[in-house]
Design a binder for this molecule. Structure first.
Ligand code: NAP
Length: 250
Protein backbone atom coordinates (compact mmCIF):
# COMPACT_ATOMS: atom_id res chain seq x y z
CA UNK A 1 0.00 0.00 0.00
CA UNK A 2 1.22 3.48 -0.87
CA UNK A 3 0.94 5.92 2.05
CA UNK A 4 1.19 9.67 1.47
CA UNK A 5 2.16 11.79 4.47
CA UNK A 6 1.60 15.53 4.12
CA UNK A 7 4.54 16.68 6.21
CA UNK A 8 6.55 19.64 7.43
CA UNK A 9 6.33 18.78 11.13
CA UNK A 10 8.26 16.77 13.72
CA UNK A 11 5.27 14.42 13.99
CA UNK A 12 5.23 13.76 10.24
CA UNK A 13 8.91 12.84 10.33
CA UNK A 14 8.35 10.56 13.32
CA UNK A 15 5.49 8.82 11.51
CA UNK A 16 7.72 8.22 8.47
CA UNK A 17 10.31 6.70 10.84
CA UNK A 18 7.68 4.42 12.39
CA UNK A 19 6.51 3.23 8.96
CA UNK A 20 10.01 2.88 7.51
CA UNK A 21 10.73 -0.73 6.60
CA UNK A 22 7.21 -2.02 7.38
CA UNK A 23 6.67 -4.83 4.84
CA UNK A 24 4.10 -4.04 2.16
CA UNK A 25 4.21 -0.25 2.63
CA UNK A 26 5.64 2.41 0.34
CA UNK A 27 5.80 5.75 2.15
CA UNK A 28 6.09 9.16 0.52
CA UNK A 29 6.36 12.37 2.55
CA UNK A 30 5.35 15.58 0.84
CA UNK A 31 6.95 18.90 1.81
CA UNK A 32 5.81 22.33 0.67
CA UNK A 33 9.38 23.50 0.02
CA UNK A 34 9.20 26.54 2.33
CA UNK A 35 12.34 25.66 4.33
CA UNK A 36 15.68 25.89 2.50
CA UNK A 37 17.26 22.81 4.11
CA UNK A 38 14.53 20.72 5.75
CA UNK A 39 15.20 17.76 8.02
CA UNK A 40 14.35 14.89 5.72
CA UNK A 41 12.39 11.81 6.84
CA UNK A 42 13.18 8.26 5.70
CA UNK A 43 11.28 6.95 2.69
CA UNK A 44 10.49 8.84 -0.49
CA UNK A 45 10.22 12.61 -0.35
CA UNK A 46 8.55 14.94 -2.84
CA UNK A 47 8.75 18.73 -2.61
CA UNK A 48 6.39 21.49 -3.76
CA UNK A 49 2.66 22.14 -4.06
CA UNK A 50 0.32 19.75 -5.88
CA UNK A 51 -1.65 22.47 -7.64
CA UNK A 52 -4.66 22.73 -5.34
CA UNK A 53 -7.11 20.03 -4.28
CA UNK A 54 -7.51 18.94 -7.91
CA UNK A 55 -3.76 18.42 -8.30
CA UNK A 56 -3.62 16.40 -5.11
CA UNK A 57 -6.63 14.32 -6.24
CA UNK A 58 -4.81 13.48 -9.47
CA UNK A 59 -1.63 12.62 -7.57
CA UNK A 60 -3.53 10.27 -5.22
CA UNK A 61 -5.14 8.50 -8.19
CA UNK A 62 -2.00 8.25 -10.34
CA UNK A 63 0.16 6.89 -7.51
CA UNK A 64 -2.63 4.60 -6.26
CA UNK A 65 -2.37 5.98 -2.75
CA UNK A 66 -4.19 3.72 -0.26
CA UNK A 67 -3.98 5.95 2.84
CA UNK A 68 -3.40 9.69 3.31
CA UNK A 69 -2.15 11.23 6.56
CA UNK A 70 -2.42 15.00 6.89
CA UNK A 71 0.46 15.62 9.31
CA UNK A 72 0.91 19.27 8.38
CA UNK A 73 1.28 22.02 10.96
CA UNK A 74 -1.96 22.98 12.79
CA UNK A 75 -1.77 26.38 11.05
CA UNK A 76 -1.47 24.94 7.52
CA UNK A 77 -5.24 25.31 7.09
CA UNK A 78 -5.28 25.53 3.29
CA UNK A 79 -3.39 22.28 2.80
CA UNK A 80 -5.67 20.53 5.30
CA UNK A 81 -8.78 21.70 3.44
CA UNK A 82 -7.28 20.51 0.15
CA UNK A 83 -6.42 17.15 1.72
CA UNK A 84 -10.02 16.66 2.92
CA UNK A 85 -11.43 17.52 -0.50
CA UNK A 86 -8.94 15.41 -2.47
CA UNK A 87 -9.37 12.39 -0.19
CA UNK A 88 -13.14 12.55 -0.69
CA UNK A 89 -12.81 12.91 -4.49
CA UNK A 90 -10.22 10.12 -4.86
CA UNK A 91 -11.95 7.97 -2.20
CA UNK A 92 -8.78 7.59 -0.16
CA UNK A 93 -9.03 7.16 3.64
CA UNK A 94 -7.71 10.27 5.41
CA UNK A 95 -6.45 10.80 8.95
CA UNK A 96 -5.29 14.10 10.46
CA UNK A 97 -2.28 13.90 12.79
CA UNK A 98 -2.47 16.97 15.05
CA UNK A 99 -0.42 17.60 18.14
CA UNK A 100 -2.61 19.02 20.94
CA UNK A 101 -2.60 22.77 21.50
CA UNK A 102 -1.10 24.39 24.60
CA UNK A 103 -3.19 25.27 27.64
CA UNK A 104 -2.41 28.07 30.11
CA UNK A 105 -1.15 27.05 33.54
CA UNK A 106 -1.07 28.71 36.95
CA UNK A 107 0.52 32.14 36.68
CA UNK A 108 0.17 32.49 32.91
CA UNK A 109 -1.03 35.83 31.50
CA UNK A 110 -2.33 34.78 28.07
CA UNK A 111 -4.23 36.95 25.64
CA UNK A 112 -6.00 35.06 22.85
CA UNK A 113 -6.12 36.40 19.30
CA UNK A 114 -7.98 34.99 16.31
CA UNK A 115 -5.34 36.09 13.78
CA UNK A 116 -1.98 37.83 13.42
CA UNK A 117 -3.87 41.09 12.81
CA UNK A 118 -5.76 40.70 16.10
CA UNK A 119 -2.48 39.90 17.86
CA UNK A 120 -0.90 43.07 16.43
CA UNK A 121 -3.86 45.14 17.64
CA UNK A 122 -3.39 43.85 21.20
CA UNK A 123 0.35 44.55 21.40
CA UNK A 124 0.61 48.34 22.10
CA UNK A 125 -1.38 47.90 25.34
CA UNK A 126 0.79 45.00 26.50
CA UNK A 127 4.42 45.96 25.95
CA UNK A 128 7.17 47.75 24.00
CA UNK A 129 9.73 44.99 23.30
CA UNK A 130 8.15 42.04 21.55
CA UNK A 131 9.44 38.50 21.06
CA UNK A 132 7.63 37.46 17.85
CA UNK A 133 7.69 33.72 17.16
CA UNK A 134 4.93 33.34 14.58
CA UNK A 135 7.26 32.40 11.72
CA UNK A 136 8.58 34.30 8.74
CA UNK A 137 5.35 34.27 6.69
CA UNK A 138 2.98 36.45 8.74
CA UNK A 139 5.13 39.49 9.60
CA UNK A 140 3.15 41.97 7.49
CA UNK A 141 0.44 42.15 10.17
CA UNK A 142 3.00 43.68 12.55
CA UNK A 143 4.60 46.04 10.01
CA UNK A 144 2.75 49.20 11.10
CA UNK A 145 3.80 49.04 14.75
CA UNK A 146 6.61 51.59 14.52
CA UNK A 147 6.67 52.40 18.26
CA UNK A 148 7.52 48.81 19.21
CA UNK A 149 10.78 46.88 18.96
CA UNK A 150 10.68 43.26 17.76
CA UNK A 151 12.89 40.24 18.17
CA UNK A 152 11.73 38.03 15.29
CA UNK A 153 12.71 34.37 15.39
CA UNK A 154 12.34 32.20 12.29
CA UNK A 155 14.03 29.27 10.56
CA UNK A 156 14.70 31.08 7.28
CA UNK A 157 15.00 34.85 6.63
CA UNK A 158 11.61 36.62 6.48
CA UNK A 159 10.44 38.15 3.21
CA UNK A 160 8.03 40.99 2.53
CA UNK A 161 6.84 43.75 4.85
CA UNK A 162 8.03 43.59 8.44
CA UNK A 163 8.20 45.87 11.50
CA UNK A 164 10.50 48.88 11.13
CA UNK A 165 12.43 48.15 14.34
CA UNK A 166 13.26 44.45 14.25
CA UNK A 167 16.16 42.16 14.92
CA UNK A 168 15.99 38.83 13.10
CA UNK A 169 17.16 35.69 14.85
CA UNK A 170 17.53 32.69 12.52
CA UNK A 171 17.12 29.59 14.67
CA UNK A 172 15.32 26.28 14.49
CA UNK A 173 13.92 24.45 17.56
CA UNK A 174 13.93 22.54 19.78
CA UNK A 175 14.69 25.33 22.26
CA UNK A 176 15.77 24.97 25.90
CA UNK A 177 14.29 26.68 28.95
CA UNK A 178 17.69 28.14 29.88
CA UNK A 179 18.11 29.50 26.36
CA UNK A 180 14.64 31.06 26.34
CA UNK A 181 15.15 32.63 29.80
CA UNK A 182 18.40 34.19 28.59
CA UNK A 183 16.79 35.43 25.38
CA UNK A 184 13.93 37.18 27.22
CA UNK A 185 16.30 38.69 29.77
CA UNK A 186 19.04 39.65 27.34
CA UNK A 187 16.70 41.53 24.99
CA UNK A 188 14.54 43.06 27.77
CA UNK A 189 11.45 41.47 26.25
CA UNK A 190 8.17 42.53 27.85
CA UNK A 191 5.63 40.66 25.68
CA UNK A 192 5.70 37.40 23.67
CA UNK A 193 3.62 36.50 20.59
CA UNK A 194 3.12 32.89 19.51
CA UNK A 195 0.80 30.68 17.51
CA UNK A 196 -0.87 27.89 19.48
CA UNK A 197 1.40 25.41 17.71
CA UNK A 198 1.55 22.93 20.59
CA UNK A 199 4.35 20.40 21.08
CA UNK A 200 7.41 20.29 23.31
CA UNK A 201 10.03 21.74 20.93
CA UNK A 202 8.91 25.36 21.21
CA UNK A 203 7.06 25.26 24.57
CA UNK A 204 9.96 26.48 26.81
CA UNK A 205 9.31 30.10 25.76
CA UNK A 206 5.92 29.82 27.52
CA UNK A 207 7.52 28.63 30.75
CA UNK A 208 10.17 31.35 30.54
CA UNK A 209 7.44 33.98 29.98
CA UNK A 210 5.47 32.66 32.99
CA UNK A 211 8.57 32.81 35.20
CA UNK A 212 9.28 36.38 34.08
CA UNK A 213 5.58 37.32 34.55
CA UNK A 214 5.27 38.45 30.92
CA UNK A 215 2.03 38.63 28.92
CA UNK A 216 1.80 36.18 25.99
CA UNK A 217 -0.42 36.76 22.95
CA UNK A 218 -1.53 33.34 21.70
CA UNK A 219 -2.96 33.08 18.18
CA UNK A 220 -5.73 30.47 18.03
CA UNK A 221 -5.61 27.57 15.56
CA UNK A 222 -7.82 27.48 12.49
CA UNK A 223 -10.56 24.86 12.89
CA UNK A 224 -9.68 21.38 11.59
CA UNK A 225 -11.59 20.19 8.50
CA UNK A 226 -14.97 18.74 9.42
CA UNK A 227 -15.49 15.00 9.38
CA UNK A 228 -11.80 14.07 9.32
CA UNK A 229 -10.70 11.73 12.14
CA UNK A 230 -7.84 13.14 14.21
CA UNK A 231 -5.09 11.46 16.22
CA UNK A 232 -2.66 13.38 18.46
CA UNK A 233 0.36 11.07 18.14
CA UNK A 234 2.52 9.55 15.39
CA UNK A 235 2.04 6.15 17.07
CA UNK A 236 -1.75 6.53 16.75
CA UNK A 237 -1.32 7.40 13.07
CA UNK A 238 0.97 4.38 12.49
CA UNK A 239 -1.72 2.11 14.02
CA UNK A 240 -4.33 3.67 11.72
CA UNK A 241 -2.11 3.04 8.67
CA UNK A 242 -1.69 -0.60 9.73
CA UNK A 243 -5.51 -0.92 9.99
CA UNK A 244 -5.94 0.50 6.49
CA UNK A 245 -3.37 -1.94 5.09
CA UNK A 246 -5.03 -4.89 6.89
CA UNK A 247 -8.45 -3.91 5.46
CA UNK A 248 -7.09 -4.05 1.93
CA UNK A 249 -5.76 -7.59 2.36
CA UNK A 250 -8.95 -8.92 4.08
P1 NAP B 1 -0.85 26.28 3.72
O1 NAP B 1 -0.97 27.75 3.78
O2 NAP B 1 -1.90 25.47 4.38
O3 NAP B 1 -0.74 25.76 2.22
C1 NAP B 1 -0.50 26.63 1.11
C2 NAP B 1 -0.10 25.77 -0.07
O4 NAP B 1 1.20 25.22 0.13
C3 NAP B 1 -0.99 24.55 -0.30
O5 NAP B 1 -2.17 24.91 -0.98
C4 NAP B 1 -0.07 23.65 -1.08
O6 NAP B 1 0.06 24.08 -2.43
C5 NAP B 1 1.27 23.91 -0.43
N1 NAP B 1 1.57 22.96 0.65
C6 NAP B 1 1.39 23.13 1.98
N2 NAP B 1 1.83 22.07 2.67
C7 NAP B 1 2.28 21.18 1.75
C8 NAP B 1 2.86 19.89 1.81
N3 NAP B 1 3.09 19.27 2.99
N4 NAP B 1 3.21 19.28 0.64
C9 NAP B 1 3.01 19.89 -0.54
N5 NAP B 1 2.46 21.11 -0.68
C10 NAP B 1 2.11 21.76 0.45
O7 NAP B 1 0.59 25.83 4.29
P2 NAP B 1 1.65 26.66 5.16
O8 NAP B 1 1.01 27.11 6.40
O9 NAP B 1 2.32 27.64 4.25
O10 NAP B 1 2.67 25.49 5.52
C11 NAP B 1 3.55 24.98 4.53
C12 NAP B 1 4.33 23.83 5.12
O11 NAP B 1 5.06 24.26 6.27
C13 NAP B 1 3.45 22.66 5.57
O12 NAP B 1 4.12 21.48 5.18
C14 NAP B 1 3.41 22.79 7.08
O13 NAP B 1 3.28 21.54 7.71
C15 NAP B 1 4.74 23.46 7.38
N6 NAP B 1 4.72 24.34 8.55
C16 NAP B 1 3.83 25.35 8.64
C17 NAP B 1 3.83 26.17 9.76
C18 NAP B 1 2.83 27.28 9.93
O14 NAP B 1 2.88 27.97 10.97
N7 NAP B 1 1.90 27.50 9.01
C19 NAP B 1 4.78 25.96 10.77
C20 NAP B 1 5.69 24.90 10.65
C21 NAP B 1 5.66 24.11 9.53
P3 NAP B 1 -0.86 23.47 -3.61
O15 NAP B 1 -2.22 24.09 -3.43
O16 NAP B 1 -0.15 23.87 -4.86
O17 NAP B 1 -0.90 21.97 -3.42
Amino acid sequence: MHVLILGGTTEARRLAELLDGVPGLTVTTSLAGRVASPRLPPGEVRVGGFGGAEGLTAWLRERRVGALVDATHPFAGTMSRHAARAAALARVPLLALRRPGWTPGEGDDWHEAGSSEEAAALLPALGRRVFLTTGRMGLAAFAGLDDLWFLVRSVDPPEGPRPAHARILLERGPFTLDGERELLRGHHIDVVVTKDSGGAATAPKLTAAREAVLPVVVIRRPPPPEGVPVTPTPEGAADWVAEQAARRTD
